[in-house]
Design a binder for this molecule. Structure first.
Ligand SMILES: C[S@@+](CC[C@H](N)C(=O)[O-])C[C@H]1O[C@@H](n2cnc3c(N)ncnc32)[C@H](O)[C@@H]1O
Length: 214
């Protein structure tokens, strides 16, 4: 049988309802909308605190989807956010959903070009993203290259890998935590909370903060 083929078009979302369902899949006893309402303010408040976000900061939302967390973080802090997403349909919807002057979205390649031209964000976060990346090492380095020295990177991620393929989700043995430690200093671990998230999600995920060495 042929090997599974990586299929990032799983993240193609033709409308808002479909995008939300891709971003926060329904769980037993919890719909996408319930997850969205409960998880979003909790995660945004934690990011604001962990990253010490100030109004003058530019923050990178890596794997922004439609900007669920960009929007909440901007509303809470007045910061600017650059969203980055592999999916052009997610990026297009992010502009409509966030609908703020200090938000824009680009592709991973666009971010690399911006970093090559000197752009550096103050801080960054990636929520439920690195687990899906085919080459997480390359994405982690891409984020690192776009951060100021000393900039913080918050990661909320599954302990398991969930790679979209033509034969459903695949798990490889890449260790995202180790890859993060190869590029950043790990500085804090936060507990995830049952209530904002399901018990299963809390048990199978991590929330860590990293610093780009000065
Ligand atoms: C589960 S969603 C999470 C979206 C957002 N972080 C949130 O929590 O609302 C994962 C997102 O990561 C994006 N993504 C997947 N692989 C990526 C990659 N290699 N680089 C950038 N974005 C990626 C997908 O297109 C999708 O929008």
């Amino acid at each position: 049988m042929a090997d599974p083929v990586y299929r990032p078009d799983v993240f193609t979302a033709k409308n808002l309802a479909r995008a939300k369902r891709i971003i926060l899949t329904p769980e037993p006893g919890r719909s996408t909308d319930e997850r969205w309402e409960k998880e979003t303010p909790w995660v945004a408040a934690k990011l604001e605190h962990a990253l010490t976000v100030a109004p003058e900061h530019s923050v990178l939302d890596y794997g922004c989807g439609i900007g669920r967390l960009s929007k909440a973080l901007m509303q809470g802090t007045g910061c600017a956010v650059l969203g980055v997403d592999i999916s052009s349909t997610m990026r297009a919807q992010a502009h409509l959903y966030v609908d703020a002057e200090n938000f824009t979205a680009t592709s991973p390649g666009g971010l690399a070009r911006m970093a090559g031209a000197g752009f550096r964000a103050d801080h960054a976060f990636a929520v439920w993203v690195l687990q899906h990346c085919y080459d997480p090492k390359a994405e982690i380095i891409r984020v690192r290259n776009a951060l100021k020295p000393g900039g913080l990177f918050c990661v909320i991620n599954s302990e398991q890998r969930w790679i979209p393929t033509d034969k459903r989700w695949r798990h490889d043995d890449k260790n995202v935590r180790e890859l993060l430690r190869d590029s950043f200093d790990e500085i804090a671990t936060y507990p995830l909370a049952v209530g904002p998230m399901s018990e299963t999600l809390v048990k199978t995920s991590f929330f860590k903060v990293y610093r780009k060495p000065a």
